[in-house]
Design a protein around this ligand. Sequence first.
Ligand SMILES: C[S@@+](CC[C@H](N)C(=O)[O-])C[C@H]1O[C@@H](n2cnc3c(N)ncnc32)[C@H](O)[C@@H]1O
Length: 255
Amino acid sequence: MSQYLLASEHELDRLQLQARVWEAEASHMFDAIGVQPGWRCVDLGCGAMGVLGLLSKRTGPTGDVAGVDRDATYLAGAEHYVTSAQLANVRLLHQDVLESGLPGATFDLVHERWIMPHVDSPQALLEEMIRLAKPGGIIAIQEADQSSWHFYPPSARWPRLRNLIEAGFALRGDINIGRRTFHMLRGAGLQDVRIRAAVVALQDCHPYMRLPVLAGITTDGEIDELIADVESRAANPETMVITFTVTQVWARKPD
Ligand SMILES: C[S@@+](CC[C@H](N)C(=O)[O-])C[C@H]1O[C@@H](n2cnc3c(N)ncnc32)[C@H](O)[C@@H]1O
């Protein structure tokens, strides 16, 4: 099994912070999809929170939400979240998403966010998502495109750090796979492929401005300077950040 690129002692906190930052945008997508009470949903690679709470609320007491992740630490974080938020219709599975053992053709909604860059084959993950969906069910994918990610006032150092982050990811997968998912779904023969693009604006020294630091990058001389630049900007109330773009793509499995 390949190692998760972002594994670090702070990753659980980062995952929960990140899930909260993107909650409103995920919510808009689920509204557009029209997630209904009673739906059976699965969040593949749910991490420490994912979209479990949003799906739990929408599907209600007659619904069923499964969260799948292969990392025991993040799942323990998810368990804590699910228990404290009293999400009675959520169950958690400690499994690899490609070997989840979940029965095929059973879910009204199969969702994943930000795990395609971490799996050996994004196409195999898409095929597994399609297998899990009922005929007529929805496959929904949220992935990143880094193009829009900027600090304002502009930083001369930031493009260099962003390129290094991209290069680091390239050893494992495509951090910008959000540029390709629309065509992946169309190419898979799914119906009614829809797309939304989401960015978040951050101000008031929001902790998510420090994402490039939180992402656990190995440091050396040059990167230390670039990280210090992010830290000083993130601590400055004059700073505004526009995040990377998250493309939200969803489609229907043919009946
Ligand atoms: C960047 S995090 C995203 C977490 C969550 N989807 C969210 O939106 O907050 C990636 C997650 O995918 C999980 N993951 C990566 N590859 C996996 C695999 N093959 N099977 C199960 N989980 C996997 C990691 O353990 C991690 O929790």
